[in-house]
Design a protein around this ligand. Structure first.
Ligand code: ZN
Length: 271
């Protein structure tokens, strides 16, 4: 199992009536800070999540005092609504050209020990839509999955489950954008039967349901398909069991959707 290019092992320690500790190792870096947020989950959910994680990664073990350290970024410990507000305030700064100075050097030691991003982003691979810029964030703030057409497949879903269940990330934003080339390809494939080379048809196939739905809507098909693609993927993540759906139902996670305007830099929330 990997998250991005990082090998992953999870150690789960469960003691009856004691605080529950989850220790995550990515490469040689220990992510014990992530555990602090996990103990806030309802015990039933936690055990289910921990069990799922342990079964998935096939590695049980024992950690020591992993729940005693503060998270590397205490300011990232937010409610789902507060996390969304912070994202949008960052987008305001980006739009207005008033971005903060991000001191990557002073944060490095704490972030080498762990991570607690306040938002997960499912965004397009488009080079013009970098989430860290869009929301004026620093390192360790966003857990980003990017693929052309910003749709959830099994790998991005698993990655976002990791962010939610292990890192305690309270928010996921599905971020589409105007003039998306991947959605444009899907529209051309559905409308005109256009064929694409290589593996591009797999992108088209993933976005096809959004185009099909948009075909029944009034207005511009391309714009509607972009919007519909975000809405469908928000719903897909919200209802993806067992981890994300339970976190949403328990009030620990919000799944939102937005469209980034290439012309203005503004993100408009649509879900
Ligand atoms: Zn795109």
């Amino acid at each position: 199992m990997t998250i991005g290019n990082l090998p992953l092992a999870i150690l789960v320690d469960r003691l009856k009536d004691q605080p529950i500790i989850v220790l995550v190792s990515m490469c040689t870096h220990f992510s014990d800070h992530a555990t602090n947020h996990f103990v806030d989950l309802p015990r039933r959910n936690f055990l289910k999540l921990a069990g799922t994680a342990a079964l998935s990664f096939g590695f049980f073990g024992r950690s020591q005092a992993a729940d005693t350290n503060p998270p590397p970024k205490p300011q990232n410990v937010l409610s789902p609504d507060a996390a969304l507000r912070r994202l949008m305030e960052g987008n305001d700064r980006y739009v207005e050209g008033k971005m903060k100075h991000h001191d990557f050097i002073s944060e490095r030691p704490e972030l080498a020990l762990g991570q607690n991003p306040f938002a997960g982003i499912l965004g397009c691979a488009d080079s013009r839509v970098g989430p860290e810029y869009t929301f004026d964030t620093g390192r360790g703030d966003l857990f980003v999955c990017r693929v052309a057409g910003n749709f959830a497949d099994v790998n991005s879903l698993a990655s976002l489950e990791f962010a939610t269940a292990v890192l305690g990330t309270p928010l996921i934003l599905v971020l589409g954008h105007t003039k998306c080339g991947a959605v444009d390809a899907a529209v051309k494939a559905v409308k005109n039967g256009k064929k694409f080379p290589g593996h591009i048809p797999s992108l088209v196939q993933a976005i096809r349901p959004a185009v099909k739905t948009a075909q029944h809507q009034p207005g511009d098909l391309f714009d509607n398909a972009i919007k519909q693609n975000v809405l469908l993927n928000v719903e897909k993540l919200k209802t993806a069991g067992p981890i994300l759906s339970e976190a949403v139902q328990g009030g620990k996670l919000k799944v939102a959707g937005g469209i980034y305007s290439l012309d203005t830099g503004r993100v408009i929330l649509i879900a």
